[in-house]
Design a protein around this ligand. Structure first.
Ligand code: ADP
Length: 231
């Protein structure tokens, strides 16, 4: 199944995707992580993306789409994947639709106060991008990633001034995607209204939402084909 996790920065989409992807045996593709990897390796894409990322703006659509297209053409994506942080603009969504049909888009519906609190306490691994939180999700050893032993730090773009820009960019350019996928009939919402809800619990709600969606889809297919309910 090809899934899109939509949501503002700090809505938790990356944390939930990193928990759900291994359970489903599909890759978790974060365009933010891909850019950070390119930046670290000093590639042309990395150099192009640097200035945009540091100011909280979006990297131009063509650059992102080209990078994403290459990634989803890899062998490990043949049974599906989770997109985290892509698409982020209507043109990106339209270009994605020309490449492949997505099955479901899940919008992480999170109150603004929670987002701001989360981003101000977010830390992540410099190497693999795993996300932690100073409030309630610290790595087992301070400053060291549980997954890859990389260094856990606060990202430059999680500094307060940049966070404000990223939230503005989200409202202006990414939030319209909610209606885009609603109109396609593949949008579902998962709400978080309590900052203390553990990430594992939220990831479970996301999984249940996906399962419910799959069930509804199967029922619709049976209806169209005139098959009896399998009760
Ligand atoms: P977050 O979701 O927490 O804002 P990401 O790690 O997804 O952070 O992205 C970090 C930065 O990478 C963004 O602020 C933006 O500059 C760039 N970026 C990531 N994905 C995209 C995208 N789909 N389109 C344009 N820019 C992107």
């Amino acid at each position: 199944m090809k899934k899109i996790f939509l949501g503002a920065p700090g809505s938790g989409k990356g944390s939930y995707a990193s928990r759900i992807a291994p359970k489903r045996n599909i890759p978790h593709i974060s365009t933010g992580d891909l850019f950070r990897k390119n930046l670290k390796e000093g590639t042309k894409i990395g150099l192009t993306a640097k200035g945009y990322m540091e100011s909280g703006a979006l990297v131009p659509d063509e650059v992102v789409v080209e990078m994403l297209k290459e990634r989803i053409e890899e062998e490990d994506c043949k049974d599906g994947f989770i997109l985290d942080g892509f698409p982020r603009t209507i043109p990106q969504a339209e270009m994605l639709a020309d490449i492949t049909d997505m099955d479901i888009a899940i919008n992480m519906n999170v109150a603004n106060e929670i987002i701001v609190q989360r981003l101000s306490s977010r830390i992540s691994c410099k190497d693999c991008g795993e996300i932690y939180n100073l409030r309630d999700l610290n790595p087992k050893v301070e400053g060291v990633c549980d997954k890859c032993q990389g260094e856990v730090v606060r990202r430059k773009d999680d500094e307060p001034e940049v966070v404000q820009n990223r939230l503005k960019t989200y409202e202006e350019q990414t939030a319209p995607l909610i209606k885009f996928y609603e109109d396609k009939g593949i949008l579902r919402h998962v709400t978080c209204d309590n900052i203390d809800t553990p990430a594992d619990e939220m990831a479970q709600s996301v999984l249940e939402t996906i399962e419910q969606f799959t069930k509804e889809l199967e029922e619709k297919v049976s209806e169209v084909l005139g098959l009896p309910d399998n009760e």
